[in-house]
Design a protein around this ligand. Structure first.
Ligand code: SAM
Ligand code: SF4
Length: 307
């Protein structure tokens, strides 16, 4: 029977593209951070919702979708900030409600992963929280400071290791073009330090982990949008973005040659869709990038790019 009660959402909601078919549950609203490029913190006062209300949403979802739910994603931009007892309680509730659910996923700022102990992360993982989407954005500390990310390369290394230790899958995103068009050296450092970060967190076993690159978009309302309006920030062009990504790929060198790192740069913001496994597919990815660099006509046009 389909219930006529509806699940609560505070729009716009924020979820990774890969969670498009998941049951989306509004555990938090907005975000506690203020990164210069991001819209997740705009027009929403941050809150962790009352758990009884979240449970009611899960009950409604159960009446509507029951056995069809395979994956659950707790909204919004950074649900890992939820105090551990609450996150544990709602993860347990969600996983026990849906017999075919395989996992719960959340967005997670590195600092909020680091605030949780190894035991707390393990408890969350055991309860069913099995994937965390972490916005690394860059491995370059100067750039991270510039965009007010409130995290460092070292934080990312430690957060990634903590997740892996707790058996929570890491899905990390970087942003190409983050330094703008005026500073070639910064673009180079962004690529090199990001590759170094990824090399350093490569696990020694063959578990799956995910590294994705988006290309910078500048949505209205963000600090970066203001900077662009004031000519304090100029966007990098498509070819330079591909060259930056090429430099990143060239510098990937894993100590574990059997690593299962799924690489994606096929988001709607990207100029050239790329998918592969690092570092196994390194040469093919570089070939594709070279082709894109020399054939501008095959690149996604600006009007088709989006977040
Ligand atoms: C909604 S955020 C959540 C990430 C999480 N709160 C964190 O900071 O770790 C998801 C990711 O989308 C990407 N993103 C957000 N705004 C973007 C923009 N304007 N251009 C390109 N990528 C963007 C960033 O990689 C960001 O980390
Ligand atoms: S990138 Fe993540 S931490 Fe930064 S404002 Fe957006 S959602 Fe919050």
């Amino acid at each position: 029977m389909v219930s006529n009660q509806s699940i609560y959402y505070c729009y716009p909601v924020f979820r990774p593209p890969s969670e498009g078919n998941s049951l989306l549950i509004q555990l938090t609203e907005g975000c506690t951070y203020r990164c210069d490029f991001c819209v997740s913190n705009l027009r929403k006062n941050f809150k962790v919702r009352n758990l009884d209300d979240v449970k009611k949403d899960l009950d409604i979802a159960y009446r509507n979708y029951s056995t069809h739910v395979r994956k659950i994603f707790f909204l919004d931009g950074n649900a890992m900030v939820t105090p551990t007892e609450k996150l544990l309680e709602i993860t347990n509730y969600a996983m026990s409600k849906f017999p075919n659910a395989q996992r719960v996923g959340v967005y997670a700022h590195a600092k909020d992963i680091l605030k949780k102990s190894d035991d707390q992360l393990r408890d969350l993982s055991d309860a069913g929280l099995k994937i965390a989407y972490v916005g690394f954005e860059s491995g370059n500390d100067y750039l991270l400071k510039q965009i007010h990310k409130n995290a460092t390369k070292e934080d990312y290394i430690n957060a990634a290791r903590k997740l892996m230790k707790a058996n929570i899958t890491l899905s990390a995103t970087f942003i190409n073009g983050l330094g703008g068009s005026n500073n070639h050296d910064l673009s180079k450092e962004h690529a090199i330090e990001s590759a170094d970060l990824v090399n350093k967190i490569c696990p020694s076993d063959n578990r799956l982990w995910y590294i994705s690159f988006l290309s910078l978009m500048i949505p209205q309302g963000t600090v970066l949008y203001e900077k662009k309006q004031n000519n304090e920030f100029n966007e990098m062009n498509a070819t330079d973005i591909l060259k930056e990504l090429k430099m990143f790929i060239e510098k990937i060198e894993f100590s574990n040659k059997e690593a299962n790192c799924i690489f994606r740069s096929n988001h709607a913001s990207n100029y050239l869709p790329i998918k592969g496994t690092l570092e196994k597919d390194k040469e093919e990815i570089l070939e594709l990038l070279n082709y894109g660099i020399s054939h501008k006509d095959i690149l996604r046009s600006e009007s088709y790019r989006g977040l």
